[in-house]
Design a protein around this ligand. Structure first.
Ligand SMILES: *Cc1c(COP(=O)(O)O)cnc(C)c1O
Length: 358
Protein backbone atom coordinates (compact mmCIF):
# COMPACT_ATOMS: atom_id res chain seq x y z
CA UNK A 1 0.00 0.00 0.00
CA UNK A 2 1.22 3.43 -0.81
CA UNK A 3 -0.44 6.79 -1.20
CA UNK A 4 1.76 7.26 -4.27
CA UNK A 5 -0.01 4.55 -6.26
CA UNK A 6 -2.45 5.35 -9.04
CA UNK A 7 -6.02 4.39 -8.21
CA UNK A 8 -6.06 1.30 -10.37
CA UNK A 9 -3.03 -0.21 -8.63
CA UNK A 10 -5.01 -0.55 -5.42
CA UNK A 11 -7.62 -2.59 -7.25
CA UNK A 12 -5.33 -5.00 -9.11
CA UNK A 13 -5.18 -8.72 -8.30
CA UNK A 14 -1.92 -9.75 -9.99
CA UNK A 15 -1.34 -13.19 -11.49
CA UNK A 16 0.67 -15.58 -9.33
CA UNK A 17 3.02 -17.65 -11.51
CA UNK A 18 4.11 -21.14 -10.51
CA UNK A 19 7.12 -21.12 -8.24
CA UNK A 20 10.65 -20.95 -9.74
CA UNK A 21 12.67 -22.25 -6.76
CA UNK A 22 16.27 -21.12 -6.43
CA UNK A 23 17.47 -24.54 -5.24
CA UNK A 24 18.70 -27.17 -7.68
CA UNK A 25 18.04 -30.90 -7.86
CA UNK A 26 14.30 -30.43 -7.72
CA UNK A 27 12.00 -32.37 -9.98
CA UNK A 28 10.03 -29.42 -11.27
CA UNK A 29 6.62 -30.45 -12.58
CA UNK A 30 4.73 -27.27 -11.67
CA UNK A 31 4.88 -24.78 -14.56
CA UNK A 32 4.47 -26.83 -17.75
CA UNK A 33 7.97 -26.15 -18.99
CA UNK A 34 9.43 -28.55 -21.53
CA UNK A 35 11.74 -31.12 -19.88
CA UNK A 36 13.99 -31.16 -22.95
CA UNK A 37 16.23 -28.25 -23.84
CA UNK A 38 15.61 -26.17 -26.94
CA UNK A 39 16.97 -27.33 -30.30
CA UNK A 40 20.79 -27.11 -30.46
CA UNK A 41 20.26 -24.99 -33.57
CA UNK A 42 18.51 -22.40 -31.41
CA UNK A 43 21.50 -22.27 -29.08
CA UNK A 44 23.80 -21.75 -32.10
CA UNK A 45 21.58 -18.92 -33.34
CA UNK A 46 21.66 -17.26 -29.91
CA UNK A 47 25.45 -17.49 -29.70
CA UNK A 48 25.73 -15.95 -33.17
CA UNK A 49 23.68 -12.97 -31.93
CA UNK A 50 25.98 -12.30 -28.98
CA UNK A 51 28.03 -9.68 -30.79
CA UNK A 52 28.52 -5.98 -31.32
CA UNK A 53 25.16 -5.60 -33.06
CA UNK A 54 23.52 -5.68 -29.61
CA UNK A 55 24.23 -1.94 -29.45
CA UNK A 56 21.52 -1.52 -32.12
CA UNK A 57 17.79 -1.79 -31.51
CA UNK A 58 16.20 -4.92 -32.91
CA UNK A 59 13.76 -4.78 -35.84
CA UNK A 60 10.61 -3.28 -34.25
CA UNK A 61 8.44 -5.42 -36.54
CA UNK A 62 10.44 -8.62 -36.09
CA UNK A 63 9.84 -9.29 -39.80
CA UNK A 64 12.28 -12.20 -39.92
CA UNK A 65 10.31 -14.10 -37.28
CA UNK A 66 6.90 -13.06 -38.64
CA UNK A 67 7.96 -14.31 -42.08
CA UNK A 68 9.11 -17.64 -40.66
CA UNK A 69 5.83 -18.08 -38.76
CA UNK A 70 3.82 -17.12 -41.87
CA UNK A 71 5.66 -19.70 -43.99
CA UNK A 72 5.38 -22.39 -41.30
CA UNK A 73 1.60 -22.01 -41.08
CA UNK A 74 0.98 -21.10 -44.75
CA UNK A 75 -0.54 -17.70 -43.99
CA UNK A 76 0.49 -14.21 -45.10
CA UNK A 77 2.82 -12.12 -42.99
CA UNK A 78 0.01 -9.56 -42.54
CA UNK A 79 -1.87 -12.26 -40.59
CA UNK A 80 0.91 -12.62 -38.00
CA UNK A 81 1.53 -10.68 -34.79
CA UNK A 82 4.43 -11.39 -32.41
CA UNK A 83 4.95 -10.42 -28.79
CA UNK A 84 7.08 -10.90 -25.69
CA UNK A 85 5.54 -14.23 -24.74
CA UNK A 86 1.93 -15.06 -25.51
CA UNK A 87 0.94 -13.42 -22.23
CA UNK A 88 1.81 -10.08 -23.80
CA UNK A 89 -0.04 -10.99 -27.01
CA UNK A 90 -3.07 -11.92 -24.89
CA UNK A 91 -2.80 -8.67 -22.93
CA UNK A 92 -2.93 -6.65 -26.16
CA UNK A 93 -5.91 -8.73 -27.33
CA UNK A 94 -7.79 -8.05 -24.09
CA UNK A 95 -7.15 -4.33 -24.40
CA UNK A 96 -7.48 -4.00 -28.17
CA UNK A 97 -10.07 -6.57 -29.26
CA UNK A 98 -12.05 -7.90 -26.30
CA UNK A 99 -13.02 -4.78 -24.33
CA UNK A 100 -16.58 -3.78 -25.14
CA UNK A 101 -19.81 -2.82 -23.37
CA UNK A 102 -21.04 -6.44 -23.44
CA UNK A 103 -19.20 -8.96 -21.27
CA UNK A 104 -16.27 -11.03 -22.51
CA UNK A 105 -17.01 -14.73 -21.99
CA UNK A 106 -14.54 -17.37 -20.79
CA UNK A 107 -14.81 -20.65 -18.84
CA UNK A 108 -15.10 -20.71 -15.03
CA UNK A 109 -12.10 -23.06 -14.94
CA UNK A 110 -9.40 -21.66 -17.20
CA UNK A 111 -6.09 -19.83 -17.46
CA UNK A 112 -5.99 -17.61 -14.40
CA UNK A 113 -4.38 -14.71 -16.26
CA UNK A 114 -7.70 -13.88 -17.99
CA UNK A 115 -9.37 -12.32 -14.93
CA UNK A 116 -6.13 -10.45 -14.22
CA UNK A 117 -6.18 -8.76 -17.64
CA UNK A 118 -9.88 -7.98 -17.18
CA UNK A 119 -8.92 -6.21 -13.96
CA UNK A 120 -5.98 -4.36 -15.49
CA UNK A 121 -7.90 -3.14 -18.55
CA UNK A 122 -11.35 -2.90 -16.96
CA UNK A 123 -12.89 -5.44 -19.33
CA UNK A 124 -16.42 -6.52 -18.35
CA UNK A 125 -16.60 -10.32 -18.29
CA UNK A 126 -18.77 -13.30 -17.37
CA UNK A 127 -17.62 -16.83 -16.75
CA UNK A 128 -19.33 -19.79 -18.39
CA UNK A 129 -19.19 -23.01 -16.34
CA UNK A 130 -17.49 -26.06 -17.83
CA UNK A 131 -19.74 -29.12 -17.90
CA UNK A 132 -19.56 -31.63 -15.02
CA UNK A 133 -17.01 -33.55 -17.08
CA UNK A 134 -14.90 -30.33 -17.30
CA UNK A 135 -15.65 -29.83 -21.00
CA UNK A 136 -16.28 -26.59 -22.87
CA UNK A 137 -19.76 -26.80 -24.39
CA UNK A 138 -19.85 -24.21 -27.18
CA UNK A 139 -23.66 -24.00 -27.03
CA UNK A 140 -23.27 -22.43 -23.59
CA UNK A 141 -21.49 -19.50 -25.27
CA UNK A 142 -24.19 -18.91 -27.82
CA UNK A 143 -27.15 -18.25 -25.53
CA UNK A 144 -25.99 -16.63 -22.34
CA UNK A 145 -27.32 -13.81 -20.33
CA UNK A 146 -30.78 -14.04 -21.91
CA UNK A 147 -29.51 -14.02 -25.51
CA UNK A 148 -27.60 -10.81 -24.91
CA UNK A 149 -24.64 -10.39 -27.22
CA UNK A 150 -21.16 -10.97 -25.84
CA UNK A 151 -18.14 -8.68 -26.13
CA UNK A 152 -15.93 -11.54 -27.24
CA UNK A 153 -15.00 -15.11 -26.31
CA UNK A 154 -11.66 -16.52 -25.17
CA UNK A 155 -10.54 -19.94 -24.00
CA UNK A 156 -7.42 -22.08 -24.23
CA UNK A 157 -7.51 -25.20 -26.39
CA UNK A 158 -6.54 -27.58 -24.88
CA UNK A 159 -7.99 -25.85 -21.83
CA UNK A 160 -5.78 -25.06 -18.84
CA UNK A 161 -5.54 -26.47 -16.26
CA UNK A 162 -7.79 -29.35 -17.33
CA UNK A 163 -5.80 -30.37 -20.43
CA UNK A 164 -9.03 -31.25 -22.21
CA UNK A 165 -9.22 -30.68 -25.95
CA UNK A 166 -12.16 -29.21 -27.83
CA UNK A 167 -12.57 -30.58 -31.38
CA UNK A 168 -11.89 -28.13 -34.19
CA UNK A 169 -15.39 -28.86 -35.50
CA UNK A 170 -16.86 -27.46 -32.26
CA UNK A 171 -14.79 -24.30 -32.61
CA UNK A 172 -16.12 -23.95 -36.14
CA UNK A 173 -19.68 -24.38 -34.86
CA UNK A 174 -19.05 -21.50 -32.48
CA UNK A 175 -17.53 -19.32 -35.22
CA UNK A 176 -20.44 -19.96 -37.59
CA UNK A 177 -22.91 -18.52 -35.08
CA UNK A 178 -20.77 -16.00 -33.22
CA UNK A 179 -19.83 -13.70 -36.10
CA UNK A 180 -20.05 -10.25 -34.50
CA UNK A 181 -17.34 -10.45 -31.84
CA UNK A 182 -13.78 -11.73 -31.69
CA UNK A 183 -13.13 -15.35 -30.70
CA UNK A 184 -9.62 -15.90 -29.29
CA UNK A 185 -8.31 -19.47 -29.10
CA UNK A 186 -5.27 -19.65 -26.81
CA UNK A 187 -3.32 -22.62 -28.18
CA UNK A 188 -0.42 -22.72 -25.71
CA UNK A 189 -0.59 -26.55 -25.67
CA UNK A 190 -1.96 -27.38 -29.13
CA UNK A 191 1.24 -29.12 -30.34
CA UNK A 192 0.82 -31.92 -27.78
CA UNK A 193 -2.14 -33.53 -29.49
CA UNK A 194 -4.60 -31.03 -30.97
CA UNK A 195 -5.42 -29.56 -34.36
CA UNK A 196 -4.74 -25.83 -34.65
CA UNK A 197 -7.57 -23.42 -35.44
CA UNK A 198 -5.06 -21.54 -37.63
CA UNK A 199 -6.61 -23.68 -40.38
CA UNK A 200 -9.80 -21.59 -39.98
CA UNK A 201 -8.43 -18.02 -39.98
CA UNK A 202 -8.99 -17.44 -43.70
CA UNK A 203 -12.69 -18.31 -43.36
CA UNK A 204 -13.47 -16.43 -40.14
CA UNK A 205 -12.31 -12.80 -39.94
CA UNK A 206 -13.17 -12.66 -36.21
CA UNK A 207 -10.90 -15.57 -35.22
CA UNK A 208 -7.57 -14.91 -33.48
CA UNK A 209 -5.34 -17.88 -32.66
CA UNK A 210 -2.61 -17.29 -30.07
CA UNK A 211 0.39 -19.59 -29.61
CA UNK A 212 3.68 -19.61 -27.72
CA UNK A 213 7.23 -20.93 -28.10
CA UNK A 214 7.34 -21.49 -24.32
CA UNK A 215 5.95 -25.03 -24.13
CA UNK A 216 6.30 -27.18 -27.25
CA UNK A 217 9.43 -25.35 -28.45
CA UNK A 218 11.06 -25.30 -25.05
CA UNK A 219 11.77 -21.56 -25.04
CA UNK A 220 9.92 -20.25 -21.98
CA UNK A 221 13.07 -18.32 -21.06
CA UNK A 222 13.25 -16.50 -24.40
CA UNK A 223 9.69 -15.05 -24.33
CA UNK A 224 8.11 -15.50 -27.77
CA UNK A 225 4.38 -15.56 -28.42
CA UNK A 226 2.40 -14.92 -31.57
CA UNK A 227 -1.09 -14.57 -32.96
CA UNK A 228 -2.55 -15.47 -36.35
CA UNK A 229 -5.75 -13.92 -37.67
CA UNK A 230 -7.31 -11.53 -40.17
CA UNK A 231 -5.02 -8.58 -41.08
CA UNK A 232 -7.53 -6.17 -39.51
CA UNK A 233 -7.27 -7.96 -36.13
CA UNK A 234 -3.48 -7.98 -36.45
CA UNK A 235 -3.49 -4.25 -37.25
CA UNK A 236 -5.50 -3.64 -34.08
CA UNK A 237 -2.87 -5.51 -32.06
CA UNK A 238 -0.05 -3.59 -33.81
CA UNK A 239 -1.67 -0.28 -32.87
CA UNK A 240 -1.77 -1.32 -29.21
CA UNK A 241 1.79 -2.70 -29.33
CA UNK A 242 3.15 0.44 -30.97
CA UNK A 243 1.49 2.51 -28.26
CA UNK A 244 3.17 0.44 -25.57
CA UNK A 245 6.61 -0.92 -26.54
CA UNK A 246 8.24 -0.66 -29.97
CA UNK A 247 10.69 -3.52 -29.35
CA UNK A 248 9.00 -6.35 -27.45
CA UNK A 249 11.21 -8.98 -29.11
CA UNK A 250 14.95 -8.60 -28.73
CA UNK A 251 17.60 -9.82 -31.17
CA UNK A 252 17.91 -13.17 -29.40
CA UNK A 253 14.19 -13.87 -29.45
CA UNK A 254 13.81 -12.98 -33.13
CA UNK A 255 16.70 -15.17 -34.30
CA UNK A 256 16.18 -17.96 -31.79
CA UNK A 257 12.53 -18.19 -32.82
CA UNK A 258 13.45 -18.48 -36.50
CA UNK A 259 15.95 -21.25 -35.70
CA UNK A 260 13.36 -23.12 -33.60
CA UNK A 261 10.88 -23.18 -36.48
CA UNK A 262 13.59 -24.41 -38.84
CA UNK A 263 14.35 -27.53 -36.77
CA UNK A 264 11.17 -29.48 -37.42
CA UNK A 265 12.78 -32.87 -36.72
CA UNK A 266 13.78 -31.86 -33.18
CA UNK A 267 10.35 -30.35 -32.56
CA UNK A 268 8.55 -33.52 -33.67
CA UNK A 269 10.88 -35.77 -31.71
CA UNK A 270 10.51 -33.88 -28.40
CA UNK A 271 6.74 -33.42 -28.72
CA UNK A 272 6.33 -37.13 -29.43
CA UNK A 273 8.51 -38.07 -26.47
CA UNK A 274 6.34 -35.92 -24.17
CA UNK A 275 3.14 -37.43 -25.56
CA UNK A 276 4.48 -40.97 -24.99
CA UNK A 277 5.56 -40.18 -21.45
CA UNK A 278 2.16 -38.60 -20.79
CA UNK A 279 0.32 -41.71 -21.89
CA UNK A 280 2.37 -43.99 -19.64
CA UNK A 281 2.08 -41.56 -16.69
CA UNK A 282 -1.71 -41.55 -17.13
CA UNK A 283 -1.74 -45.36 -16.90
CA UNK A 284 0.44 -45.34 -13.77
CA UNK A 285 -1.55 -42.61 -12.01
CA UNK A 286 -4.77 -44.44 -12.77
CA UNK A 287 -3.31 -47.62 -11.26
CA UNK A 288 -2.47 -45.58 -8.12
CA UNK A 289 -6.13 -44.58 -7.69
CA UNK A 290 -6.18 -41.24 -9.51
CA UNK A 291 -8.91 -40.05 -11.84
CA UNK A 292 -7.01 -38.42 -14.67
CA UNK A 293 -8.77 -36.13 -17.12
CA UNK A 294 -7.95 -37.00 -20.75
CA UNK A 295 -5.09 -34.64 -21.63
CA UNK A 296 -3.95 -33.28 -24.97
CA UNK A 297 -1.35 -31.08 -23.27
CA UNK A 298 2.10 -31.46 -21.66
CA UNK A 299 0.50 -31.87 -18.24
CA UNK A 300 -2.20 -33.98 -16.64
CA UNK A 301 -4.93 -32.91 -14.24
CA UNK A 302 -5.62 -35.66 -11.72
CA UNK A 303 -7.50 -36.20 -8.47
CA UNK A 304 -6.99 -39.06 -6.08
CA UNK A 305 -10.04 -41.05 -5.06
CA UNK A 306 -9.14 -40.89 -1.33
CA UNK A 307 -6.22 -38.61 -0.53
CA UNK A 308 -6.36 -34.83 -0.50
CA UNK A 309 -4.52 -32.97 -3.25
CA UNK A 310 -2.85 -30.36 -1.04
CA UNK A 311 -1.59 -33.08 1.33
CA UNK A 312 -0.15 -35.08 -1.57
CA UNK A 313 1.49 -31.94 -2.98
CA UNK A 314 3.20 -31.06 0.28
CA UNK A 315 4.45 -34.63 0.79
CA UNK A 316 5.83 -34.62 -2.75
CA UNK A 317 7.64 -31.40 -1.95
CA UNK A 318 9.37 -33.13 0.97
CA UNK A 319 10.66 -35.54 -1.69
CA UNK A 320 11.87 -32.55 -3.79
CA UNK A 321 9.12 -32.94 -6.38
CA UNK A 322 6.92 -29.93 -7.06
CA UNK A 323 3.52 -30.04 -8.75
CA UNK A 324 0.79 -27.38 -8.95
CA UNK A 325 -2.30 -27.24 -6.75
CA UNK A 326 -5.06 -24.66 -7.27
CA UNK A 327 -7.26 -23.73 -4.33
CA UNK A 328 -10.09 -22.66 -6.63
CA UNK A 329 -13.57 -24.14 -6.21
CA UNK A 330 -14.39 -27.19 -8.39
CA UNK A 331 -10.70 -28.06 -8.88
CA UNK A 332 -9.22 -27.99 -5.37
CA UNK A 333 -9.12 -31.80 -5.34
CA UNK A 334 -6.86 -31.87 -8.40
CA UNK A 335 -3.14 -31.73 -8.95
CA UNK A 336 -1.72 -30.38 -12.18
CA UNK A 337 1.37 -32.36 -13.04
CA UNK A 338 3.71 -31.29 -15.86
CA UNK A 339 5.05 -34.12 -18.02
CA UNK A 340 8.78 -34.40 -17.32
CA UNK A 341 11.34 -36.80 -18.71
CA UNK A 342 10.68 -40.54 -18.27
CA UNK A 343 13.10 -40.54 -15.31
CA UNK A 344 11.32 -37.62 -13.63
CA UNK A 345 7.92 -39.24 -14.08
CA UNK A 346 9.27 -42.55 -12.75
CA UNK A 347 10.54 -40.73 -9.65
CA UNK A 348 7.13 -39.09 -9.25
CA UNK A 349 5.30 -42.42 -9.46
CA UNK A 350 7.70 -43.99 -6.97
CA UNK A 351 7.21 -41.11 -4.51
CA UNK A 352 3.42 -41.23 -4.94
CA UNK A 353 3.41 -44.97 -4.35
CA UNK A 354 5.15 -44.44 -0.99
CA UNK A 355 3.01 -41.45 0.01
CA UNK A 356 -0.26 -43.21 -0.78
CA UNK A 357 0.79 -46.32 1.17
CA UNK A 358 0.65 -44.39 4.45
C1 LIG B 1 1.79 -20.90 -20.57
C2 LIG B 1 0.54 -20.28 -21.07
C3 LIG B 1 0.53 -19.03 -21.70
C4 LIG B 1 1.70 -18.09 -21.66
O1 LIG B 1 2.77 -18.44 -22.31
P1 LIG B 1 3.99 -17.44 -22.52
O2 LIG B 1 4.13 -17.44 -24.00
O3 LIG B 1 5.13 -18.07 -21.82
O4 LIG B 1 3.65 -16.08 -22.00
C5 LIG B 1 -0.65 -18.57 -22.26
N1 LIG B 1 -1.78 -19.27 -22.15
C6 LIG B 1 -1.83 -20.43 -21.52
C7 LIG B 1 -3.12 -21.16 -21.42
C8 LIG B 1 -0.68 -20.97 -20.94
O5 LIG B 1 -0.74 -22.11 -20.25
Amino acid sequence: MSRFWSDIVHKLTPYVPGEQPKVSNLIKLNTNENPYGPSPKVLDALKAEANDSLRLYPDPNADLLKGAIARYYSVSQKQVFVGNGSDEVLAHAFQGLLKHAEPLLYPDITYSFYPVYCGLYNVPFETVPLTDAFDINVDDYLVTNGQKANGGIIFPNPNAPTGKLLALSSIETLLKVNTDTVVVIDEAYIDFGGESAIALVDQYPNLLVVQTFSKSRSLAGLRIGFAVGHPDLIEGLERVKNSFNSYPLDRFAINGGVAALADEAYFQQTCNAIIETRESLVRELTALGFDVLPSAANFVFARHKESKADAIASKLREEAIIVRHFKQERVQDFLRITIGTNDECDALVKALTDILKD
